[in-house]
Structure formats: structure tokens, C-alpha cells
Design a protein around this ligand. Structure first.
Ligand code: ADP
Ligand code: ZN
Length: 730
């Protein structure tokens, strides 16, 4: 058995965040250290962060072994967290140091706890009472023994900070230093619950019982947008709070957190901890530390919150579980939804996967009996699902460079007259996807990628959506140097906005696209303004599909419903189905019924037909059938291998060598396809070649992949990355 405490001088094995493939031996520091302790250790001339992972191996010259420098001021990593990181590493074929980096992404973890001044009620009475002074003392009295910062206290009392300072001089308020990382306020599970409808109540009861059981389980919570899924899973959160366990709610999009946090505050009386890239460094460190001490009961965050060191995690909610942003496509390639299930199973915690349009994976897990399923049937209150219809674009007279059909235009006009909102949905950022030279026919591409540059008129630049490179819009064709012959081809949201402005001159038009906002806050403010009626026509990319509430919206026009069906992607149909359903779900949330119109050139396509018929089960059954027949996920296993290098010869040579020497894969019955140029054959100047491995559902794929890859020596500049269960192929 692994001891859980090491005395001074005993050898410990430390996992560091440095890219080394083994644990390093150190001597435990003065005072000893716990198993799991976060430590600072010397590595060459540097000091690096690590975790005490077990006893040292002792296979190294004892005299040369150095001591742990110090133990950091943080709760030791718990056993289940170490197991989680290890299993996640095995599953995704990620080296452990990279996993540890994910789990320690809080800036300043190693810093000594910093202090700040706080103020609380003092023992003396002031010599002279003023109205302002009374206000300060009243706030402190109201909040019992609580301490506040100077700014907080002054703001709550509605007085200047000098009033507080004056009271300090008199001893009526005390001033003291306290650690900067403070616990989050207590949430009250019984603060603001709503009266639930019948099937909401049933759902809430089932989830509450599951949370109380303190065992692992996963439930798919299904219901159309607006059916009250959030209300229901907040009841599960309440139950976790009641039994003293922590809860985590994952959201797919930072822009959604603001609205959600307000809802948490309305439900539990206080704001929860927040974890995502939009949160300040100080706040992230506070969150990381308090989660470990159990002083943050609820965390609302992005997928990386899954790697926070919870002390006793009892519930994880994955909202909009089908959303592709849960798959990390950079660095460690993990799917947060799958990792959630793994983490919960190691913590005896419950998982709730909420969605109006679940992923086929989750659907299959329900069918296989691995997940429970709860359905919320109707929308809350008077709202009903929108009426859906196709606009057959083959029958519409479309002038050149116009994308709004007259059928759609008439529907929009009717909304404007009734003072309702209309949404025109187009999943393409920028002004035009392609810029073409009318003299020589060349299209402007990115210098570093095999991708077209997209014109962003708002920014007055061309941008590569692959690598982010931008350049000013040229006046001359880069190929033939002809002047003023460059023309935009195809629509992006900015161009669509231009057309809408011409067509509906009286309307107030708002464009919602992630690149038009400097910050998440600016975006949030704009969304709130639009939701309150600040626009007649909303033009948006997939950003609008993600769960925002637009109560006045009654018409959704999908400009190009065929857009998602064109790719060679295995999940193209599924994605299109989900996206269209989500967008359509934006219409008619309040009392006014909604309508969704899909412009399409293929109204007879099975996906379009399933969307129009509202036949979700039918769509899933058909899609599942096709995937099962093809032996692809979720009915078979896949791994994508991308080789990339500035040297095109090297990537193809290695790819060919790998495809030939596939014995470890053949031994488990897996097949290799490729090498082939990746769909985007060059990104940031690196040539990319892809191999695809397919195996049966039960085959030990990771093990075989590891053995297979270990056979080859990689040239210095060549990168190999393995993506288990790839979500997108690019
Ligand atoms: P979903 O998460 O399924 O999209 P929400 O939980 O956001 O649905 O509910 C949609 C809207 O209806 C929200 O404004 C929510 O507060 C409201 N709502 C849902 N259920 C109730 C209820 N039982 N009582 C009052 N309001 C409710
Ligand atoms: Zn590029």
C-alpha cells in the first residue's frame, strides 16, 4: 500500500509539469509532505511545479537526489483526482505532464498567500454619529460577523471610503489583514425555487434522489429549448448543496455564463464561482484554491473546469451536451463530455447531460442502458414549437448576389409590422467567404494554409479562419496585378446585413457574430439589449443557436440550410440536424407562436425532411442505422492521426511507413486508412497528412495505438498527434 505521508528525507516520486516521461525522485522536505502534495522542486537550474505521486523509486544515486523546495499552500491532490488524470491520459494517449498542466492552470499557485485589508464591526462606539456613519454600521450589523473590503463596504453603505476610514480611527470598525483568496458566499438551496410543472417535478425528484444516493450515474435530460431543463437541473444542484457536496455546471460558450450566473443568483441567493478564460487571473486562483478546500459549492465554467481539484464533487451538469465545443481540438485532445462521465464515476457523483438535441453518442448510451433518460415534454407555459417549412430555392427567382428569397422577405416584413423580431441565420462569419479576381479568376488564399481568405469588411481586412492571419484588403489582384477587379463571392453575415438593410430600410438590424465584439462582456450586454427588443432583425452565426433567450423572436429564417450537409464529415448530418433544431428553437419562446423557414436546394434530403417533420426519433434511428452499418462511432472506434511538418516529403514518408508497419493494429483487428492529405492540407505553413484507424467497439485501441506509434522515429520537426474519437476531420 502507498503510504500517505512521507517524513523528512524519505524519497518521493514527483510528477512535474515538464515534458519528461517519468517521475523524478526527491527527498521530502522539512516537516514531511502528504501524498498528493503540490510542491516546488528543483529541476536543473529551475524551480518547477509538481505533485507528490508516490514513493520514490530509489534507482538513482542517493547522494545526488535533491530535496523538495517547499510544499505549496494548497490542499493535496486527492486520490480520485490522480486516478482521473491517469485514466484520462491513458484514454487520450496524452503524457501525464500535459494532464497535470491542465489540472494546475491557475496562475500564481506557487505564490505565498497574499493578504488584503478587510473591515468588520469594531468594539467601540464613535464619539459623534452621522447619517453616513450609521449606514456603514448598519451594513456591518446586518451581515453579522462578515468582513468586507473597503470598496465593498463603502458601496454597500452608499458612502465614501473616508467615512469607513473615520470609523476605523474611532475603533468602531476594525481593520485587519486577511488572505486574498476568500471563500465564496454560501448558496441557499431553498432561496428561490420555482413551482415546477408536473413533468419538471418528476424530473427534479428523480435527479434529487440520484444525487442523494451518493453513487455514480448519468442521466440524459432531454427537452426542447424552453422546456425548463435548466430549472430541473438546478434542483439537482440544490440537492447537492443540501447534502454538502459540490456541483459543477459546464456551459459550451462563455457568452452564456452571464445570463446563467444571474439565474443561479436568483435561485440560490448568491453568485457561484466562475471558471473560464474570461475570468481574471486572481479570480481563477481563488476559484482553484477554494474548490480544493470545499469553500466553493458551485462552479460554473468551461470544459477545463473539469480539471479543478474539487474536494467532494457530487454532481456535474453538461449543458447543451451535444455542443462541439466540448471537444478540445488543441493540445490535449479530450472530449469534456466523456471525461465528465469518467470523473463522476471515480467520485461517486451524478452526471446530468442536458440537451434539446442530444449527440448520437449519448443517444446510443441510453439505448445500451448505460445512461438513464428523462424527457421534458412540452415547453413551459404558453409557448409551442415553431411551425417549420422549407423554402425551395429552385423555385425562387434570385437575382445575383442576393440571398433572401421573396418568400422569406414577406415573412420578415410581417414580423416588422407586428413589432416582433426576426432572425436570419447564416453560419458564416465575415463579409464574403471568397474573394475572386474577375480578370484572372484567382481566389485569394492564405499564405500559410490551404484556406481561402475571408473578407471582413467591418474590420477592413482579409482573415484566414484557419490560422487567424489577417491582411489589409488589397486593391490589386495578388496574382495578375489587375487593379480594382477583386469581387466578393458568396455571403457572410456582414454581407447579409447589407442586403437586409437595403431590403428592410425601416428595420433596426443587429449582427451577432463572435468576432464583432471586443470582449465577452460587450457581447453579453449587446445580447441583453437585443433580447429586450433593441433590434427588429437579428443576423447571426451559430452563436445565436446556443441557448440565449429572445422572447420577442417569432421568425427564424435559415439562409442556407444546405451548408452543413456538404462536408465529408461523418457527423455532418447530425450537426446540421442539431444546429437547425437549435436555431428553430429560438422562435416563439414567449406567448407568440414561432415560425422557422429553411431555404434549401434539396428539400427532399432526409435530414431536411426529418427537421421539418420534427421527427427526432426517426432521424436518430436512421442515422444510427447508417453508422452501425459502417462500423463508425458510436458503434465502432476511430482514431485520427495527424502528421505535420514544414517538409511535405517527410510527412508522406512517415505516413507510408506507418501504414505498412501496422502489426500492432492488425493484432486487434483494426485497420489503417491513408496516408492522405488532411482536408486542410496545410496550416500555418505545416503540411498535414492524415491516417485513420478503425476498430471494433470493444478492441483495446489505445494500447495498440501506443505500441504502433512507438515503432517509429520522428524527424525533429515532425509532429504526430492522435485524436481518439475525432469529432471533426480537418
Ligand atoms: P431550457 O433549459 O430547457 O431551455 P429553461 O429552464 O431555460 O429551459 O426555461 C425556459 C424559461 O421558462 C426560463 O425563463 C425559465 O425560467 C422559465 N421556466 C421554466 N420552467 C418554469 C417554471 N416551472 N416556473 C416558472 N418559470 C419557468
Ligand atoms: Zn491561414
Amino acid at each position: 500500500m502507498t503510504p500517505d505521508f512521507f517524513d523528512e528525507g524519505q524519497l518521493v516520486g514527483v510528477l512535474t509539469t515538464q515534458p519528461l516521461d517519468r517521475l523524478l525522485d526527491y527527498k521530502a522536505p522539512e516537516g514531511g509532505c502528504w501524498l498528493g502534495a503540490f510542491v516546488e522542486v528543483p529541476l536543473g537550474p529551475r524551480k518547477v511545479l509538481g505533485v507528490v505521486w508516490g514513493p520514490g523509486k530509489g534507482d538513482y544515486d542517493h547522494a545526488k537526489i535533491r530535496s523538495v523546495i517547499r510544499v505549496l499552500d494548497a490542499a493535496p491532490m486527492r486520490n480520485e483526482m490522480r486516478t482521473f488524470l491517469g485514466r484520462a491520459a491513458d484514454y487520450t494517449l496524452t503524457p501525464m505532464p500535459a494532464m497535470l498542466r491542465l489540472a494546475t492552470r491557475a496562475p500564481g499557485l506557487g505564490d505565498a498567500p497574499s493578504m488584503r485589508l478587510v473591515y468588520r464591526l469594531g468594539s467601540k462606539t464613535p464619539d459623534r454619529m452621522t447619517e453616513a456613519r450609521e449606514k456603514v454600521l448598519a451594513v456591518l450589523n446586518d451581515y453579522g460577523g462578515l468582513a468586507f473590503t473597503l470598496a465593498e463596504l463603502a458601496e454597500m453603505a452608499g458612502v465614501g471610503t473616508s467615512v469607513v476610514k473615520g470609523l476605523v480611527k474611532q475603533g468602531a470598525v476594525s481593520e485587519e489583514a486577511a488572505p486574498r483568496d476568500t471563500p465564496y458566499p454560501q448558496l441557499d438551496p431553498d432561496y428561490g425555487g420555482k413551482d415546477l410543472t408536473d413533468d419538471q417535478s418528476i424530473g427534479a425528484r428523480v435527479l434529487r434522489e440520484a444525487v442523494r444516493s451518493r453513487t455514480y450515474g448519468t442521466t440524459l435530460l432531454r427537452g426542447v429549448t424552453g422546456s425548463g431543463k435548466t430549472e430541473v437541473y438546478l434542483e439537482a444542484v440544490a440537492e447537492a448543496l443540501r447534502i454538502g457536496r459540490q456541483a459543477l455546471v459546464l456551459l459550451p460558450e462563455i457568452a452564456l455564463t452571464g445570463e446563467f450566473i444571474d439565474r443561479v443568483e436568483a435561485r440560490f441567493g448568491m453568485r457561484p464561482a466562475e471558471w473560464h478564460s474570461g475570468v481574471t487571473m486572481t479570480e481563477r486562483r481563488r476559484c482553484w484554491k477554494m474548490v480544493g478546500q470545499g469553500a466553493a459549492q458551485l462552479v460554473v465554467g468551461a470544459r477545463s473546469a473539469l480539471f479543478l481539484p474539487f474536494r467532494d464533487l457530487g454532481l456535474i451538469v453538461v449543458d447543451e451536451e451535444h455542443d462541439t465545443s466540448y471537444k478540445q481540438e488543441d493540445g490535449v485532445l479530450y472530449n469534456a463530455r466523456d471525461m465528465t462521465v469518467l470523473r463522476a464515476s471515480l467520485n461517486a457523483a451524478q452526471v446530468v447531460l442536458a440537451s434539446a438535441t442530444p449527440s448520437l453518442e449519448s443517444w446510443a448510451n441510453v439505448e445500451a442502458g448505460k445512461y438513464a433518460r428523462l424527457d421534458l415534454a412540452s415547453r413551459f407555459g404558453a409557448a409551442v414549437l415553431p411551425r417549420m417549412a422549407a423554402i425551395d430555392m429552385r423555385a425562387e427567382e434570385m437575382p445575383g448576389a442576393k440571398w433572401i428569397s421573396s418568400t422569406l422577405a414577406r415573412a420578415v416584413e410581417a414580423r416588422i409590422e407586428r413589432k416582433e423580431q426576426a432572425l436570419l441565420f447564416l453560419n458564416r462569419r465575415g463579409y464574403a467567404p471568397v474573394t475572386l479576381c474577375r480578370a484572372c479568376g484567382a481566389q485569394i488564399g492564405c499564405d500559410h494554409c490551404d484556406a481561402k481568405m475571408v473578407e471582413h469588411r467591418f474590420l477592413k481586412r482579409l482573415m484566414c479562419h484557419q490560422c487567424g492571419e489577417t491582411k489589409p484588403m488589397p486593391t490589386k489582384c495578388p496574382s495578375c496585378e489587375a487593379e480594382d477587379r477583386l469581387a466578393p463571392v458568396g455571403p457572410g453575415v456582414e454581407r447579409l446585413a447589407e442586403e437586409a438593410a437595403e431590403r428592410f430600410p425601416e428595420a433596426r438590424i443587429a449582427v451577432l457574430s463572435s468576432d464583432l465584439y471586443g470582449s465577452a462582456r460587450a457581447l453579453k450586454a449587446h445580447i441583453a439589449e437585443i433580447a429586450e427588443g433593441g433590434a427588429d432583425i437579428i443576423i447571426g452565426t451559430q452563436l445565436v443557436a446556443k441557448g440565449h433567450n429572445f422572447p420577442h423572436l417569432t421568425l427564424v429564417g435559415v439562409i442556407d440550410a444546405d451548408l452543413g450537409l456538404q462536408g465529408s464529415d461523418l457527423r455532418a448530418a447530425e450537426r446540421t440536424f442539431q444546429l437547425m433544431r437549435q436555431v428553430a428553437g429560438r422562435a416563439g419562446r414567449a406567448e407568440a407562436p414561432g415560425e422557422a423557414l429553411l431555404q434549401t436546394f434539396q428539400p427532399e434530403h432526409p435530414v431536411i425532411r426529418a427537421i421539418l417533420a420534427g421527427d427526432e426519433e426517426g432521424f436518430w434511428t436512421a442515422e444510427a442505422g447508417e453508422r452501425r452499418a459502417a462500423g463508425v462511432p458510436p458503434y465502432g472506434r476511430m482514431a485520427g492521426i495527424i502528421l505535420s511538418s514544414p517538409n511535405v516529403q517527410e510527412v508522406f514518408d512517415l505516413g507510408t511507413e506507418m501504414a505498412r508497419n501496422d502489426r500492432p493494429l492488425r493484432q486487434i483487428g483494426a485497420q489503417v486508412y491513408g496516408p492522405a492529405p488532411a482536408p486542410i492540407a496545410r496550416i500555418r505553413g505545416r503540411h498535414r497528412v492524415r491516417l485513420l484507424v478503425k476498430a471494433e467497439k470493444t478492441a483495446p485501441l489505445q494500447q495498440a495505438l501506443a505500441q504502433w506509434v512507438a515503432q517509429f522515429r520522428l524527424p525533429a520537426n515532425l509532429r504526430l498527434s492522435i485524436d481518439i474519437d475525432p469529432q471533426s476531420f480537418y
